[in-house]
Each structure stands twice: as structure tokens, then as C-alpha cells.
Design a protein around this ligand. Structure first.
Ligand code: GLN
Length: 303
């Protein structure tokens, strides 16, 4: 299989696309990113990385960060985490609030915003946000085997300035006793976590620990690796998770920066970036590119 040729084909196809989706506007710094970018990388456990397009350009990983925080939270407190957050698909938008009221402040899963805020709150556990962020960066850098991964403070500040909906979610959970730190601290940690910047190459490498493949970094137990993948498959694309599973058949996690990290258990980790989003807030061309890649490689957890 000529992976490089496949990625080049996909990139050429995506460059031609006229409908590129719409760049996230509710975080002003993200609204400035050109929708013309497209990058894709595939990292193999051997250490080889294949890329095409803008795979070296850093982008805001946004909600893809929720996977790393979940791994840290499970490492820290194990199954105790599930007393505070569920593990069912929400069938709702990533920032939905109605369901949280019906379900008394216990978010459906760790990948919607409310669930990620609780997960961050759990890892924060009385520590200063700076310590949490240091630990998060160490985790991501170790996973990616690359120290040149940082937080974009302008993006964090931009979200901090406009993040009233996330603040509402946090205060709502606080009223239900499901937030343990001061909301400002948890939210500050959460906004900065979302503002981590990575290139496609870095993000693909950072996903390898979830492949469970020989040679990949060992950062979670095999049982946990299986479960994080299960969560990504069922909840990684919000109310489009079923559609992504149908079209791609691999666990993935998207972010409103237009990035998607996809895991091919036992084989590879993939990252794609195209800033324009579809109606569900997932990268439009990113989803199409991963669908093409899965078709061309035959990669699927259902084969
Ligand atoms: N930082 C974003 C937010 O909280 C993350 C959302 C996303 O990537 N889907 O709104």
C-alpha cells in the first residue's frame, strides 16, 4: 500500500473543494484562520510519518485535547470519574445545555463541553491551573515524542473573553455539586487546554499511544486504551458521531479548530486539519478526507 500516494491524492482532491465549510466564529481568534488550509498525517508505530498538505502548520486542537485530559483523569482516579460524568452519546451539540438540566448536572460524556469541563475539574483537583497545564503538556509531548508543543495564549484569552456559554455550563454543574474547584480556575484550565497548538504530524504521533501497537508509547493500560477508543467512537463527533462511525468506522475526536485525530487500533494514528466546519461543528473536509483514507486503506475496526 502506497500511503504517500494515497495522502497526495486526498490532498489534491481536498484542495479542489469549493464548499469548505465554515470556520468557527464564536472564538474570534479561530475566525481569523483561512479555510484554505488542508493537512493530513499518518503516524505508524515504527516511527514513520506520512504527510500531505499543510501538515507542518500548527493549529488549535480545541476539543481533541479532551482525549488527553480523559486519559489523565482515568489514570488519576480510574472508574471514580464515571460518578461525575456519563459515557453515553449525547445526540446533542457539543455546547448543549438543556440535557444537562434534565440530567441534574451530570454530563453525558467527557467529550461534550460540560463533560470535558468536569473532567478537567477532576484532574485539577485543588492544584493551580498552571500545574495542570504543565502536566497536560508533558503528557501530550511525551505521547507525540516532541517537546515543541505549546499553548497559544491569544486563543485562550479569546475564548476566555467570549466563553459565557461554557461558564454557564460550569456554574450549572457547580449548583449541582459537580464542580469541585472555583469555576474560574476550572474554566481557565479548560480554555488553555483547548488552546494547545499542534501540527498534523505532531497530533498523529500523539495518537499512537491509543493504537496499542507494539512500538507505540505506553501511556495507559491496554484496557483503558480500548475504552478511550470506545468513547471516541461513540461520542467523538457529538451529534454526528453515528455518521462518522458509519462513514469511517474508526474512533476519532474532532475539534472546532478543524482538526480530527483518528485511531486505527493496532496500526496507525491519523490527524487531519481543515478549518471549515460542518453543521455539527466537525471539520467538513477533514471528515471527507478521513472517509477517503479509510476507503483507500481498508482501515476499519469492523473488518
Ligand atoms: N474550546 C471549545 C469550546 O469550549 C471546544 C469545542 C470544540 O472543539 N468542539 O467551545
Amino acid at each position: 500500500m502506497d500511503l504517500q500516494a494515497i495522502l497526495d491524492d486526498i490532498c489534491a482532491e481536498m484542495r479542489k473543494a469549493e464548499d469548505r465549510g465554515v470556520v468557527a466564529r464564536y472564538i474570534p481568534q479561530l475566525a481569523q484562520v483561512s479555510p484554505d488550509h488542508f493537512g493530513v498525517s499518518v503516524a505508524l508505530p515504527s516511527g514513520q510519518v506520512f504527510s500531505a498538505g499543510d501538515a507542518q502548520v500548527p493549529f488549535s486542537i480545541q476539543s481533541v485535547s479532551k482525549v488527553f485530559t480523559l486519559a489523565m483523569a482515568l489514570g488519576r482516579m480510574g472508574d471514580q470519574l464515571w460518578t461525575r460524568v456519563g459515557r453515553e452519546p449525547s445526540g446533542e451539540a457539543f455546547n448543549a445545555i438543556l440535557q444537562l438540566e434534565r440530567e441534574k448536572g451530570r454530563p453525558r460524556n467527557p467529550f461534550i463541553n460540560a463533560g470535558a469541563i468536569v473532567t478537567t475539574d477532576a484532574v485539577l483537583a485543588g492544584h493551580a491551573p498552571r500545574e495542570f497545564l504543565g502536566e497536560l503538556l508533558r503528557f501530550i509531548r511525551t505521547a507525540a515524542q516532541d517537546d515543541d508543543i505549546h499553548i497559544n495564549d491569544a486563543v485562550a484569552a479569546s475564548e476566555q473573553a467570549t466563553g459565557d456559554l461554557n461558564r454557564s455550563l460550569a456554574y450549572f454543574m457547580l449548583s449541582h455539586g459537580n464542580l469541585l474547584n472555583a469555576p474560574d480556575l476550572t474554566l481557565g484550565a479548560y480554555f488553555h487546554q483547548c488552546a494547545v497548538e499542534m501540527t498534523c504530524e505532531q497530533l498523529a504521533r500523539a495518537g499512537l499511544f491509543l493504537t496499542g501497537a507494539a512500538g507505540a508509547p505506553r501511556m495507559v493500560s491496554p484496557a483503558r486504551q480500548h475504552r478511550i477508543n470506545a468513547m471516541m467512537m461513540l461520542c467523538g463527533h457529538y451529534d454526528a458521531s453515528g455518521d462518522f462511525a458509519y462513514r469511517v468506522g474508526l474512533p476519532g475526536k474532532s475539534g472546532v479548530g478543524g482538526g480530527i485525530m483518528v485511531i486505527v487500533p493496532g496500526r496507525a494514528a491519523i490527524s487531519v486539519w481543515s478549518p471549515g466546519l460542518n453543521a455539527q461543528g466537525n471539520s467538513k473536509l477533514g471528515t471527507e478526507a478521513i472517509e477517503m483514507l479509510a476507503q483507500r486503506t481498508g482501515w476499519s475496526v469492523f473488518r
